[in-house]
Design a binder for this molecule. Structure first.
Ligand code: NAI
Length: 480
């Protein structure tokens, strides 16, 4: 029986390994983590992450050929294939701070593998890493190898949170990079055999190591670039009376462009896009390519601009101050169908409003008060370090309350900001919300969830990103 061990039981390690276990009953899969609480949650009824369809997959294989454990060394030493899916956050200190990937967790995982391995291993990079990381990992492993053969593969993960299970069941492609040596080719084939249990062969791409590593960074940069492109156009739409949804639809009809990932919004978030682009920028700079670095940096700058433009719009519409006013925030997760708040635009928007002394009442169906308070108290880039290393009881931000009901959050509010596109926000009783709010009542829709015309008929003053402006907003100071 082939044995797989995965280091890191997070948003990637948990779902990917659960699907491998489901699709490959003859493989034993053990997911290990240094976080005891995370592993207990994977072994309990309340899984540590919310992902549609995940519960079902875990229930089918847990205890059969899928296990979660903190006994890292035992399972690493027994495994034939070791996936490494640990955090690769942005460095917060030292050389490359604010840009380069922090490979501390990866390096300590590699050193531990070198220490405990007693037989040949295939080590798979599942985390997103800078191009050429495999070379460094190879050095760590082979330097301490005691005659053991380590083959390093790059197998970046392309799942999207919120649709992870569907993405894993039916991936657009699986990418495997390896050394172009007999040993490397054999290792690539062994991993290919795992995926071939359910992925059609023509969707399993094999490349050299560096292409696989770089493809993941490039794919995230391209995806984020589409969002920043449409968001840049959304600002121009608001200034001219064009409608960003209509423009995106017309643009996306071109088959060379395609319709997906063209929704204007308050900005992209999530643990990957910003971190991976910064990483790409840093790699370009280190390779003497400042023009290329600046090109990609602009994707992040437009994203930051979009978030601050949103905050400015809220403040300027409400007579240039939100001091003491109650603002309801609907949605805090970085997108619908996940409880993940890493780099969510809601953090920057809330911080911007708090900076103008607003009182904020937040409702998100999947995010806890503890998480929201932690996010609002945390410094930039600190979020992607393992949860157990973060301050457990941050000082609560006093002007923030968290509710478990959208109507409670909006009661008595002067304005509502919609920051996540949860389906339930489409069908709220906005008439009831309007009646319970201060007047004039504002809705600032950062995700194009509501029909602005219908809400205007109720009496709201509505701002929808990229849409023609409400007459009220046109009379307010210009927003930059
Ligand atoms: P995560 O933070 O949810 O999970 C990482 C886990 O690794 C944590 O539970 C942490 O305790 C554990 N860990 C850290 N050092 C360890 C060690 N030495 N031994 C065992 N466990 C250790 O992170 P997530 O989101 O799963 O991301 C992991 C990697 O996958 C990152 O490189 C990320 O860029 C990449 N990725 C993430 C995607 C996403 O949608 N979240 C999608 C594709 C790639």
């Amino acid at each position: 029986m082939v044995k797989i061990c995965c280091l890191g039981a997070g948003y990637v390690g948990g779902p990917t390994m659960a699907v491998i276990a489901l699709k490959c009953p003859s493989i034993e899969v053990v997911v290990v983590d240094i976080s005891v609480t995370r592993i207990s949650a994977w072994n309990g009824d309340q899984l540590p992450i919310y992902e549609p369809g995940l519960d079902d997959v875990v229930k089918q294989c847990r205890g059969r050929n899928l296990f979660f454990s903190t006994d890292i060394e035992k399972h690493v030493s027994e495994a034939d294939i070791i996936f490494v899916s640990v955090n690769t956050p942005t460095k917060t200190r030292g050389l490359g701070a604010g840009k380069a990937a922090d490979l501390t967790y990866w390096e300590s995982a590699a050193r531990m593998i070198a220490d405990v391995a007693r037989s040949d291993k295939i080590v798979v990079e599942k985390s997103t890493v800078p191009v050429k990381t495999a070379e460094a990992i190879e050095k760590i492993l082979t330097h301490n190898s005691k005659g053991i053969d380590f083959q390093i593969l790059s197998n970046p993960e392309f799942l999207a949170e919120g649709t992870a299970i569907q993405d894993l069941f039916n991936p657009d492609r699986v990418l495997i990079g390896g050394r172009e040596t007999p040993g490397g080719r054999k290792a690539v084939q062994a991993l290919k055999d795992v995926y071939a249990n359910w992925v059609p062969e023509d969707r399993i791409l094999t490349t050299n190591l560096w292409s696989a590593e770089l493809s993941k960074l490039a794919a995230n940069a391209f995806l984020a670039q589409r969002i920043s492109s449409v968001n840049a156009i959304s600002a121009l739409c608001e200034a001219t009376g064009a409608n960003a949804s209509e423009v995106a639809y017309a643009v996306g009809k071109d088959t060379r462009i395609g319709p997906r990932f063209l929704n204007s919004s308050v900005g992209f978030g999530g643990s990957c896009f910003q971190k991976d682009i910064l990483n790409l920028v840093y790699i370009c700079e280190c390779n003497g390519l400042p023009e290329v670095a600046n090109y990609w940096k602009q994707v992040i700058k437009i994203n930051d601009y979009q978030k601050s433009r949103f905050v400015n719009r809220v403040v300027s519409s409400m007579f240039n101050t939100v001091a003491g006013k109650k603002i309801a925030v609907l949605g805090f997760a970085f997108k619908k169908d996940t409880g993940d708040t890493r780099e969510t635009p809601a953090i920057d928007v809330c911080k911007g409003l708090l900076g103008d002394k607003a009182r904020i009442s937040i409702y998100d169906p999947q995010v806890t008060e503890d998480q929201i308070q932690r996010d609002l108290a945390m410094n930039k880039f600190d979020w992607d370090h393992p949860v157990h290393l973060q301050p457990m009881s941050p000082t609560a931000v006093k002007q923030v309350t968290v509710t478990w009901d959208a109507y409670e959050a909006t009661k008595g509010a002067h304005g509502v900001c919609i920051l996540t596109e949860w389906d339930e926000f489409k069908s709220l009783d906005y008439k009831k919300i309007y009646e319970s709010m201060q007047k004039p009542a504002f809705v600032f829709d950062g995700r194009n969830v509501v029909d602005p015309q219908k809400l205007r008929e109720i009496g709201f003053i509505v701002y929808s990103i990229g849409k023609p402006l409400d007459p009220w907003l046109k009379d307010m100071p210009a927003v930059a």
